[in-house]
Every structure is written in structure tokens, then in C-alpha cells.
Design a protein around this ligand. Structure first.
Ligand code: FUB
Length: 367
């Protein structure tokens, strides 16, 4: 639950672009539709581009944000998310949670990713030995989602894509967690448009275009998100991908029909007081939920909801500690009112004394 006092507008930073004098989308952002009846917990961090799926990290003592860059498209909306037709990535940074947000400009373009055909979806980044790695999903020439990596000497890019996707990679939404011993783990997966259900047998199931065709029956265990150690050079899986088990309080796997609690997409991992917190979107029920475990591989036991539904269909987040405070980055559609044109936001996140996370209510609708 969130206290009334917490329901204030945070984060009113203006944003400035340090990248080349690149065209901003601002000219094409129409006036926000009137939403007098909604009070939002936070304000958009960026208002000259549409941004989504914010993966935040503290690098070089600053907050860096790696979001998707949403764009208008002529591609028609469908159940597989074809209208999320993103073409490039920008990187943003902030000196602190209350500072101005800096746009470092375009850091990777789809035309510079040799294997990628379309849809640059939610990315994440990691650092090792002073080098930076951008992980991202894109559809390959066969329209199969794969995970790619691009590298840079700086957290603000530009990033150079590897010529091939990560070997044996599939699906979407990579998120990289560095454990206290320096080992990096990559988490990923997304059902429906994210195609994870198509890999149930270990091979891609070409059962037509319906994103629902290959889902398990309601009483079967839900499709599991994936985890793997990264290789020493950070460019490949360092081991065969493993299933992440999400259990209910009785120790039973969450079922496929349990849409309130089952994994859908947007995996994230953070560590708090020695415990591993796996958080994710429940998709069609629109929550960010979390589960706690004793190992980066899980199993994780379902605990509850971190972030209630935002405006818009998708809910996608990241969680970081910066200067001793915890923050959640997320998105909604406050600026556009359109599902595929989102804007990123942030607010504080609280771990309660028993280790649970206080539920955040991102908006209130007035009657
Ligand atoms: O941004 C495209 C997709 O929408 C992401 O990959 C999902 O997590 C959802 O936010």
C-alpha cells in the first residue's frame, strides 16, 4: 500500500540532449489528451521522445537509463505487438534521482545490426572491466525474436552490435544482474508476442501466427522465464538456459491459467539483504509482481504486487539502489494516450522491515 504522502508528483526534471543535433520526436508529439480524471504518481522523465521499458543502472556514480524508443508506425496493431515497431535506442543519464536528465542521443540503429529485421524491444545494459554491454531483443530475418549484444567503451555509447545474435537465444526482454561475486546472469523471456511459448519443446514451433497457439493448458505449470550465466566475455550464454521456477506459498508452481500471478514478460532481478528478488510483468493482468529466492537461479516464491497497472496495456520496470535509496523505473502512456507510445517515469521503492515491498499505485482515477 502506498501512503497518501507518497502520492506526490516526483521527478519533474527537464531533459536536454547531449547527442548530435538529432531530430527529436517532440515535433510529432501531439498535445496530451485531456485526463482530468487521472492523478499520476510521477511525471514523465522525457517528453521529447517516446520512451518505454526503462532499464536503469548506476554506472560511474550516475544513474543510466536504457529504454526502448517508441515510435509512430504504419504497422497495424495486432496481438503479437507488431505495432511496437522500434528502430533504435537512446541512452539517458542523471547525476542523481532529482537532477536534469541528459539524452546521449542515438546509440544504436537497427540498420547497424546485421542480423536484425525489426522491432528493437526492451533492452538492458551491464558493465564488466570498464566495458559496457547493451543487450536487446529484435526479430531476425525469419521474424523470430533473438537476443543481441552491442559493446561500448562508455555507458553512454555509442554501441557496436555483434554480427550475430547470442547463440541459441530466443524471445525478448533481456535483463542482466551482477551478483556480489561479480558473476553476471541474464534473465529473459516473454509470452504471446514475445514468442516464449513457441520454444516449449526446445525448438521453435511454427504453428501459425497466433501468439496463443502454443500456451500450456490452464492447469499446467506456467511457461518459465529463463536464466543463464553470461560467458566471461559477456557476449554469449555461459551455460545452457535454465527454467526459472515461480512457486506459490504452498511450494506449487504457478499455473498457466493463473493470469494474476504467472510470468508474462519484463524480467528483473535485484538483491536485497542477501535475498534475490525476481520481478516481472503479469501481462494481461498488468501488474509488476515479485517473488523471492535464495539463489539467482531461484526457485522464487511469489510474494505480491510491486506496481499496480499503469495507464496503457504494458507494464515494464527496473529496480535500482542509488545513493542508499531504492527506485523503480516504469512507463505509462500519459503523454500520448496510445499503447505503443509510452513515456518513462520513476519513483521511490520501499522494502518493508519483513523484506516485502510496499505496493505502488501509479495513478488514481477520480470518479
Ligand atoms: O516495448 C516492447 C515490449 O512491450 C517489451 O519488450 C515488453 O516488455 C513490453 O513492455
Amino acid at each position: 500500500m502506498i501512503s497518501g504522502a507518497a502520492l506526490i508528483l516526483l521527478c519533474c526534471q527537464s531533459n536536454s540532449n547531449q547527442g548530435s543535433n538529432e531530430d527529436k520526436d517532440i515535433a510529432s508529439i501531439p498535445e496530451a489528451p485531456k485526463q482530468d480524471s487521472i492523478t499520476f504518481l510521477s511525471s514523465p522523465l522525457i517528453s521529447d521522445h517516446y520512451t518505454a521499458d526503462p532499464s536503469a543502472h548506476v554506472f560511474e556514480n550516475k544513474i543510466y537509463i536504457y529504454p526502448s524508443h517508441d515510435v509512430e508506425t504504419t504497422v497495424e496493431e495486432d496481438d503479437s505487438g507488431a505495432h511496437f515497431n522500434m528502430m533504435d535506442y537512446h541512452v539517458y543519464s542523471m547525476e542523481s534521482s532529482t537532477s536534469e536528465i541528459i539524452d546521449h542521443g542515438k546509440v544504436l540503429d537497427i540498420k547497424d545490426i546485421p542480423w536484425a529485421k525489426r522491432q528493437l524491444w526492451a533492452p538492458d545494459a551491464a558493465e564488466k572491466n570498464g566495458k559496457y554491454y547493451l543487450y536487446f531483443p529484435a526479430k531476425d530475418q525469419e521474424d523470430i525474436f533473438r537476443l543481441g549484444v552491442a559493446t561500448s567503451e562508455s555507458p553512454s555509447g555509442p554501441f557496436k552490435a555483434e554480427p550475430e545474435p547470442i547463440k541459441n537465444s530466443f524471445s525478448i526482454d533481456p535483463a542482466v544482474f551482477e551478483d556480489s561475486d561479480g558473476q553476471h546472469y541474464i534473465y529473459w523471456g516473454g509470452i504471446w508476442g514475445g514468442q516464449l511459448q513457441k520454444w516449449r519443446t526446445g525448438k521453435y514451433l511454427s504453428t501459425g501466427t497466433s501468439p496463443y497457439a502454443d500456451e500450456p493448458a490452464n492447469e499446467e505449470p506456467a511457461i518459465a522465464p529463463k536464466v543463464a550465466k553470461l560467458s566471461d566475455d559477456m557476449l554469449q550464454f555461459g551455460e545452457a538456459p535454465k527454467d526459472i521456477l515461480i512457486l506459490d506459498q504452498e511450494g506449487e508452481p504457478i499455473k498457466a491459467g493463473d493470469h494474476e500471478r504467472r510470468f508474462f514478460e519484463a524480467a528483473w532481478l535485484h538483491k536485497y539483504q542477501g535475498k534475490y528478488y525476481f520481478s516481472y510483468s503479469t501481462g494481461d493482468t498488468h501488474n509488476i509482481a515479485y517473488a523471492i529466492g535464495d539463489s539467482p537461479y531461484g526457485p522464487f516464491t511469489y510474494q505480491g504486487v510491486i506496481l499496480k497497472p499503469v495507464q496503457g496495456w504494458t507494464n515494464h520496470h527496473s529496480i535500482i539502489e542509488a545513493k542508499g535509496e531504492w527506485y523503480i523505473f516504469y512507463h505509462d502512456t500519459e503523454l500520448s494516450g496510445k499503447t505503443h507510445l509510452r513515456n518513462i517515469k520513476m519513483t521511490k521503492l520501499s522494502h518493508l522491515p519483513d523484506g516485502s515491498i510496499e505496493t505502488i499505485i501509479p495513478m488514481k482515477k477520480m470518479k
